[in-house]
Design a protein around this ligand. Structure first.
Ligand SMILES: [Zn+2]
Ligand SMILES: [Zn+2]
Length: 276
């Protein structure tokens, strides 16, 4: 679980591992809203708090900015909530777009955050060994059941240190030439066969870029909508890992999915932010 701060002036939301890390997020964000409260004259920097009567003047610019940021943070500490999950933002039911590479490890902290809070995990990924390693290293316990759908053969030699004893994980190998409909049907069958009533589902789709590249915009859009509708019955969160900057077609498809996507999150190490 994490700490969360919601900016009262815009749609920005930040999640950090704990409350102490939030200090680095709030001040730098709030100072952008209050840039007119900071002024320079006669080699000196002054700030005038918009929330209270505090005002300071100093010669050291960096020091003055840091002090103002820390001061602004103190005004919003009561808006920081502890023990929350990113999925709470969508009541554990909806589609979360994750702006991060689908095949790299930059978003592994977010993957582990979602998968670790679910009973059933279904992950469609081109890099199954990386995902297994990430979950094994980051989670104190594996989910009740994990099904990894991969477009390649699982290389057990790549994860010799992972002890699968007592871990309920299945690797499903997919023909890489399969269409989005085939992938959707496979995921749907996995949900049918494995979901227990009332159990949270975490569905990771890290093959969206490949689907967009191999098929037309319409089919890629339909694929996500179908999975989203399928998850509504089960109750869970679909995470769509996308690098919109890497492919113009991905950006086009995402525009069509605007109504379907409930939350967009960017990843900065172990810190996550919603951009508005
Ligand atoms: Zn804001
Ligand atoms: Zn103040």
């Amino acid at each position: 679980m994490m700490s969360r701060w919601t900016c009262g002036r815009c749609g920005f939301v930040a999640w950090t591992r704990d409350r102490s890390e939030m200090r680095e997020v709030t001040g730098s964000h709030l100072i952008a809203h209050h840039s007119d409260a900071l002024s320079t004259s006669d080699f000196r920097v002054s700030w005038d708090c918009p929330y209270c009567a505090t005002a300071k003047t100093a010669y050291d610019t960096d020091g003055a900015v840091a002090e103002f940021e820390a001061h602004l943070h103190d005004h919003v500490t009561d808006r920081v909530a502890d023990g929350v999950h990113v999925a709470d933002h969508v009541d554990w039911n909806g589609v979360v777009r994750v702006d991060a590479s689908a095949v790299g490890d930059e978003a592994d902290a977010l993957r582990a955050h979602f998968h670790g809070a679910a009973g059933l995990v279904v992950a469609v990924t081109p890099t199954p060994e990386r995902l297994v390693r990430a979950l094994d290293e980051r989670l104190s316990a594996w989910p009740r059941r994990t099904v990894i759908v991969s477009t390649g053969e699982y290389d057990f030699e790549a994860t010799p240190d992972v002890d699968f004893a007592g871990v309920d994980v299945e690797i499903v190998e997919l023909d890489p030439r399969l269409s989005p409909d085939d992938v959707g049907e496979t995921v749907s069958r996995i949900l049918d066969a494995n979901h227990e009533p009332g159990e949270r589902v975490s569905l990771e789709v890290s093959v969206f870029g490949q689907i967009v590249a191999a098929f037309d915009v319409e089919r890629a859009v339909a694929f996500v909508r179908m999975l989203a509708a399928r998850l509504v019955d089960a109750g869970g969160v679909l995470q769509l890992y996308v690098d919109a900057d890497a492919d113009r077609n991905v950006a086009t498809v995402l525009n069509f999915l605007d109504e379907t996507i409930d939350l967009t999150v960017a990843v900065d190490d172990d810190r996550f932010v919603r951009r508005s």
